[in-house]
Ligand binder design. Structure first.
Ligand code: HEC
Ligand code: HEC
Length: 484
């Protein structure tokens, strides 16, 4: 990269910030921070609690020196990225508190005496940004663990090593499920969130209640703290993280995402309504009883016709000149708009997908990512799209062979997901449908970080569900996801 290009990059955030401030009224209630650059442009966080208060206990070192921000960093979309981790590793010679044996390393018994040993010990974290979530086989499970192939020689029935991406600690108002396997979604017969028509009734505590317990579990687990968080600290952490809204605000190719009627960026997202059951694929809107609406994403409709420049004024007596090609920025905007339309309407035949409705195979991306403007799932329903199937296993990941106690059937998986909580054979491989905002800030994707970029995610779906997307459609969908 030449110096000019590098300078242009360096000056980008300030220019973007002023463009953003110019484009939208900054209210005291939603203070922006500084845009953070990523491969596709820049993302921005706004906070309803008045800026990022680093005195909040979210940033306080506990137990082993980690804070919540060790794994939920604004620079990395309130998650972790390999880029950010490699920088931290180099700057601190592997001593940043994120590098702890307990769950940062491939195995808690790894040797870490030299820097080279450390680089090996933390290779999963450094290359995929994944944390080792250790969970023992559930009591009374319908299945048993027959075989463990762990390249790091640690996993056993007492503790499976499940390598998972930190879910972002922002945009939490769009959650219906907490954690990849819902282990912090608390069942509660008297809770406010009940699945319509479920028999027996299935109800859950409020997300706020879930997050309070999640915060205290995180401190005891990841931060190895002997002491519980005080109730006041728990409350302060959850208030802080619940006030964060983060989204891509500009695109390298398409420019500022609020231009020309675009409704990207965190301000519009902060103003987006969500409640549990807002747009369920099966039962529609739990409050208004409106039918399910597949047009979940409505950010970039205004850009659909930008691919061709406006026709020039006709000159009397002259043959009209051919239409001028649209500017490259407008073409990039139009691609994002086409991607949004594909997301809402491109049919997908959903087959062999546990958790997704039987007999409702005709789906779109928005059937599962159905919370308007956010792409999370409107209710607590976990789905197995196959990410942890043995056929997708890479050699750096442990593989588990499970046997159904009743039928003797065996299967192999890199992560049983929800089944590690419920003990049910039918729940193997089920994960929550994650929110799709601020994706550019936090590669890689899926619970195990298997897909390095958004085009790879789209190609995964194309192959998995034989969608038959052409190259242009793959590009358009990826460009759209990158602008969220
Ligand atoms: C060592 C890294 C690490 C630390 C430290 C950490 N987390 Fe996490 N966090 C994770 C991982 C990994 C997940 C996803 C794990 C899973 O679902 O199995 C997660 C999930 C979450 C989620 C769930 C979001 C969702 O969409 O369901 C929230 C909220 C969260 N963390 C908040 C916190 C808070 C608050 C703290 C500090 C008290 C904290 N985390 C400390 C790694 C970390
Ligand atoms: C049948 C339900 C279903 C359909 C249809 C579906 N998704 Fe997903 N999506 C999921 C689930 C479940 C996950 C989490 C999978 C995992 O990590 O194991 C996910 C994860 C993702 C992620 C990764 C997010 C992250 O934080 O890592 C992206 C991006 C995504 N989907 C985009 C799409 C697009 C684009 C389409 C349409 C081509 C689509 N999805 C269709 C259920 C679905």
């Amino acid at each position: 990269m030449n110096t000019n290009a590098r300078l242009a990059l360096l000056t980008l955030p300030a220019a973007l910030l002023s463009a953003w401030i110019g484009a939208s009224a900054v209210t005291a209630a939603n203070l922006p921070t500084t845009p953070k650059e990523n491969a596709n442009g820049a993302s921005l966080t706004v906070s309803s609690t008045g800026g990022i208060d680093t005195a909040n206990p979210f940033f306080k070192a506990m137990g082993n020196g980690r804070s919540c921000a060790s794994c939920h960093s604004e620079n990395a979309g309130w998650s972790l990225t390999p880029n950010d981790l490699q920088q931290r590793f180099t700057l601190t010679s592997g001593n940043d508190p994120v590098f702890k044996l307990v769950d940062g390393a491939n195995s808690p018994r790894a040797a870490v005496a030299s820097i080279d040993q450390k680089r090996l010990a933390y290779s999963m974290l450094l290359t995929k940004g994944v944390i080792r979530v250790g969970i023992g086989m559930p009591a009374n499970a319908e299945f048993s663990l027959v075989r463990v192939e762990d390249p790091y020689g640690y996993a056993s029935a007492a503790e499976l090593s499940l390598f998972r991406r930190p879910l972002p600690s922002a945009n939490l108002k769009f959650l219906s499920t907490v954690m990849w396997d819902a282990r912090e979604t608390i069942p509660n017969a008297a809770g406010p969130n009940c699945i319509l028509g479920a028999n027996p009734a299935r109800c859950f505590a409020s997300i706020d209640t879930d997050l309070l317990r999640q915060a205290s579990d995180a401190v005891r687990g990841h931060a190895e703290a002997a002491q519980e968080l005080s109730a006041a600290e728990q409350r302060a952490i959850v208030n802080f993280e619940s006030g964060l809204t983060a989204a891509q605000v500009s695109s390298r190719s398409a420019g500022v995402l609020t231009e020309s009627g675009g409704r990207g960026g965190p301000d519009a997202l902060a103003a987006t309504t969500f409640y549990w059951g807002i747009n369920d694929f099966q039962n529609g809107d739990y409050r208004t009883r409106a039918a399910f609406n597949r047009n979940v994403m409505n950010l970039y409709g205004a850009w659909r016709n930008l691919a061709t420049a406006p026709a020039p004024q006709p000159v009397p007596g002259r043959r009209p000149p051919p239409p001028a090609p649209a500017s490259s920025t407008d073409q990039a905007k139009a691609s994002i708009a086409r991607g949004e339309a594909l997301f809402n309407t491109r049919p997908i035949n959903v087959t062999n997908t546990a958790g997704f409705q039987q007999g409702a195979q005709r789906a779109t991306c928005s059937s599962c990512h159905n919370a308007p403007g956010a792409g999370s799932h409107s209710i607590t329903r976990l789905i197995d799209i196959g990410v942890s199937d043995a056929r997708f296993r890479t050699p750096d990941t442990p593989l588990y062979t499970l046997r159904n106690n009743a039928t003797g059937q065996q299967l192999q998986t890199t992560d049983p997901g929800q089944a590690m909580q419920t003990g049910r054979w039918a729940d193997i491989g089920k994960f929550k449908v994650p929110t799709l905002r601020n994706l550019s800030a936090r590669p890689p994707y899926f619970h195990n970080g298997a897909q390095p970029d958004l085009a790879s995610v789209v190609r995964f779906y194309d192959r998995r569900f034989q969608m038959g997307l052409n190259q242009q459609e793959i590009t358009d969908l990826a460009n759209f996801l990158a602008a969220l």
